[in-house]
Design a protein around this ligand. Structure first.
Ligand SMILES: Nc1nc2c(ncn2[C@@H]2O[C@H](COP(=O)(O)OP(=O)(O)OP(=O)(O)O)[C@@H](O)[C@H]2O)c(=O)[nH]1
Ligand SMILES: [Mg+2]
Length: 520
């Protein structure tokens, strides 16, 4: 889902699951309420899944199904979970405590590695934001250094390296270096650390660290663990020792006929197979529960956008869900979460909060998260939230759209996407262009009514429904038929005339049947 330099790739929406409950349509004449829809998303005693990221890890797989519900394939024994926990144990990637970072950005001057359509300042700003996301870390120095071949072993030419070394070693303030490349080979890292006399980190390690800290569900945590495997492999290859630093012992493990390296490689392979199996189990469950959700016919709206643009804040504003916790942080949301809200005609919809986009995201992270994109493809509507107060808002939009194109979503879903211009409180006089755009301040609650009206219109169109007020005879079967086949929103009874005006949300096909059965 993210642009990785010029190549934008699909990325990381995580999905959470849906717990079963009775369909709200079975309880007319009350309008379907968000709470009821939320109940469909509950995962055991912890309450609605996908609560704020600040809560301790809710489970992605939910609790036990109720009687009468579709039986879950693949019930997991308790010890499966314990085994997964073992897969997730690992050492810290970054040192704890305060770090004063020198941000070194290799700017590709020409050649195939030159990033398309993005500026060094933007990439530097994004790298700085990543560093500031880490607790106690700050950028004290920024150096943009020209390079022709950022993927070469030492990245910089001899002279540039000497110049950098002089500056870095000469500064008393700097305690670590963030080299803004996707991945550094272990030998490169070692050589740079030796030259500069301090730890050097790449974007992969920093983003992985943030992901580790923010992943809450089992699925998200396993996906991060999968993304880490290349790092463990390269450490093994280059050090002959795993990252967790357990002793190497003798060259051959006694009696096994395998060298230490072979044993470690085998263990990593086993680990990968186990993580993939566990993810596949969770994925099957998610798809099954997604089918249940669709059967219950709550329209699903996926809320997408660049990281920190205000997706979670918007969902909080649209649903009033007090447990939603927006944070001023990159990748605050790593688990796709579901939140119910209602639209003007009281139609209940489910908003899916998703992980944000970022340009230049390490692609092994994106790949490991990509299975969860399936959920976005099954939405009824997409909202693209934009932070219009951000200086790079246009690049961010291009990044997001380009990533979305890479996902091969249904054309109708892309065409009907609603663009939300968020944070307009910070941009006085902003007026959005285009028929699908609405300006809001999710934080201050501005423009939400207009947005809801647009969403309702789009959802009804996308799901082949319409909102109608129908006059029915109280004596006949019309009212009970509508209760059965449509969603009754409100009832205005006129006893003296023996009629009622019924506000319904009804599918086009059901309306056709209604007219056939009860001609006007
Ligand atoms: N001024 C202003 N700030 C906003 C608005 N909407 C969101 N924010 C702030 O922007 C920051 C990020 O908001 P989130 O809702 O967490 O953004 P997000 O897109 O969910 O971020 P990730 O989950 O990290 O991708 C928070 O500090 C919000 O308070 C807005 O309309 N106006
Ligand atoms: Mg969020």
């Amino acid at each position: 889902m993210w642009a990785v330099r010029a190549a934008v790739r699909p990325g990381t929406w995580l999905s959470r699951v849906v717990r079963g409950c009775r369909a709200p349509r079975a309880a007319p004449p009350l309008p379907p309420r968000p709470e009821r829809a939320l109940a469909a998303f509950r995962e055991g005693p912890r309450g609605p899944e996908g609560r704020g990221a600040a809560e301790p890890g809710p489970r992605a797989d939910g609790g036990k199904g109720r009687a009468g519900e579709e039986k879950e394939e693949d019930e997991e024994p308790e010890d499966e979970e314990e085994k997964e926990e073992a897969l997730l144990r690992r050492d810290p990637l970054l040192p704890a405590g305060t770090q004063r970072v020198c941000l070194v950005h290799p700017e590709v001057k020409c050649g195939p590695g030159k990033p398309q359509g993005s500026r060094a300042e933007w990439q530097v700003a994004e790298a700085r934001a990543l560093v500031h996301t880490l607790d106690g870390w700050s950028v004290v120095e920024t150096m943009v250094v020209p390079t022709k071949t950022p993927d070469r072993k030492l990245i910089f030419g001899k002279e540039t390296l000497e110049h950098l070394t002089e500056k870095i070693r000469g500064s008393k303030e700097i305690t670590a270096v963030f080299l803004n490349v996707e991945r550094m080979a272990t030998p490169t890292k070692k050589e740079l650390e030796a030259a500069w006399g301090m730890r050097v980190f790449d974007r992969f390690t920093v983003v992985l660290h943030i992901f580790r800290g923010n992943a809450r569900t089992r699925e998200a945590r396993l996906q991060v663990a999968l993304a880490e495997l290349p790092l463990l492999r390269s450490h093994l290859k280059n050090n002959g020792a795993p990252l967790d630093g357990r002793g190497r012992g003798s060259r051959y493990i006694m009696g096994s006929g395998e060298s230490f390296l072979q044993v470690q490689q085998r263990l990593l392979k086993d680990k990968e197979a186990k993580i993939r199996r566990a993810l596949e189990r969770l994925r099957r469950k998610r798809l099954l529960l997604g089918r249940q959700r669709r059967r219950r016919e709550f329209p699903v709206i996926s809320v997408l956008g660049y990281t920190n643009c205000g997706k979670t804040t918007l969902i909080k504003a649209l649903t009033g869900d007090a447990a939603v916790q927006p944070r001023d942080q990159l990748f605050a949301t790593l688990d796709v979460t579901a939140h119910a809200g209602s639209l003007p005609s009281r139609l209940t919809v489910i908003y899916m909060d998703t992980i944000g986009f970022l340009s230049q995201l390490p692609h092994s992270l994106i790949e490991s998260f990509s299975a969860t994109l399936e959920d976005v493809a099954h939405s009824d509507l997409l909202i693209h939230v934009r932070d219009v107060s951000h200086p790079d808002t246009e690049q961010q939009k291009a990044s997001v759209l380009s990533a979305l194109r890479g996902l091969r979503l249904p054309a109708a879903l892309l065409d009907s996407m609603v663009e939300v211009h968020n944070k307009v409180d910070l941009v006085p006089g902003h007026s959005p262009m285009g028929p699908h755009a609405v300006a809001v301040s999710a934080l201050l609650g501005l423009g939400l009514e207009e947005l809801k009206a647009k969403l309702e219109d789009a959802v009804l169109r996308a799901t082949g429904r319409r909102a109608l007020t129908l006059r029915v005879q109280l004596a006949g079967a019309q009212l009970s038929w509508l209760h059965r086949e449509a969603t009754v929103q409100a009832l205005d009874v006129m006893p003296e005339a023996g009629v009622a005006d019924v506000k319904v949300i009804i599918s086009n096909s059901a309306y056709g049947k209604f007219r056939k059965l009860f001609p006007e």
